[in-house]
Design a protein around this ligand. Structure first.
Ligand SMILES: Nc1ncnc2c1ncn2[C@@H]1O[C@H](COP(=O)(O)OP(=O)(O)O)[C@@H](O)[C@H]1O
Ligand SMILES: [Mg+2]
Length: 267
């Protein structure tokens, strides 16, 4: 049984009375436990919307999400969301805006487990220390605020926050795009080793292949809200990628002819 399965998943944004943006438009995807799936696609093709919809941050418009074979509800109550967030967490692209500047690192990391009743007040300091050590930061960083850290360190805090709830599945939404190239490999390596250590399953979103192909078991290519193709990492070189892109173009044109892909120019 796959850990996560998406069936014809759709997320449309109603921009106004007459205009609907088909940001995610019929995605089918199956992810096995302990697998890293890379998801690449141009900016604006719906990757973040897909990630947020899976994580329950957006209600889906249509389709189904199965987690360990159980169908997730159409929209989430706060209880549903609390339960879901213990299994599925997200790491965001921008380590500057994704951390609340008015909260200390300790408050940021402890917020989820505290709200979910996972950590008792008496054990929070110890648990936060463990969380920071796990991502290569020092326990005494916990009393500081996000602005006191570099981009790479902030992303480590974001990873520590995601891991604090002991999730099984993490959606990494371009977690290295905003970082210096010299730091990107460190974060990739950290995610790879945490995946091994905690038996995680990752959906790793990227806008290009440069880093993601090193850690992904499988790669999916997304185009204008639709999943287009798959490639095995071992066979993944630039030539098949060009092949996939050209196939994608042909498939996309045929989808547009069948009316399955939103024609954004008509908005
Ligand atoms: N909350 C929203 N409301 C309206 N449109 C949105 C919203 N979020 C994303 N979009 C639009 O949906 C499309 C896909 O966006 P996004 O998922 O962020 O793409 P990506 O992550 O691949 O760059 C874009 O056209 C974007 O402008
Ligand atoms: Mg995005």
């Amino acid at each position: 049984m796959p850990l996560l399965e998406l069936k014809n998943l759709k997320k449309h944004f109603h921009l106004d009375k007459h205009r609907t943006l088909h940001a995610v438009d019929g995605i089918n995807l199956s992810i096995k436990e302990n697998e890293i799936v890379g998801l690449v696609g141009e900016s604006g093709c719906g990757k973040s919307t897909l990630g947020r919809t899976i994580a329950g941050l957006y209600d889906k418009t249509d389709g189904e999400i199965f987690y360990r074979g159980t169908r997730l509800p159409q929209s989430y109550s706060s209880n549903d969301f609390a339960r879901l967030s213990q299994d599925i967490q997200m790491i965001f692209q921008d380590p500057y805006s994704s951390l609340n500047p008015r909260m200390t690192v300790k408050e940021i990391i402890a917020e989820g487990p505290r709200l979910n009743g996972l950590w008792k007040p008496s054990e929070i300091t110890e648990k936060v220390s463990e969380s920071l050590t796990r991502v290569g930061l020092a326990p005494d960083h916990m009393s500081r605020y996000p602005h006191e850290f570099s981009g790479g360190q902030r992303q480590r805090i974001g990873i520590a926050r995601a891991l604090a709830l002991q999730p099984k599945f993490i959606i990494c939404d371009e977690p290295i795009s905003a970082l210096d190239v010299s730091i990107q490999a460190q974060i990739i390596n950290l995610l790879g080793s945490l995946k091994e250590k905690f038996g995680l399953t990752l959906l790793f979103i990227a806008h290009d292949l440069s880093m993601v192909r090193y850690i992904s078991d499988r790669m999916a290519v997304m185009y204008l809200g639709s999943m287009i193709d798959w490639a095995q990492r071992t066979k993944f070189t630039i030539i098949p990628f060009i092949f996939i892109l050209s196939c994608s173009l042909v498939q996309t044109l045929s989808l547009i002819q069948r009316g399955s892909v939103p024609d954004l120019t008509r908005l």
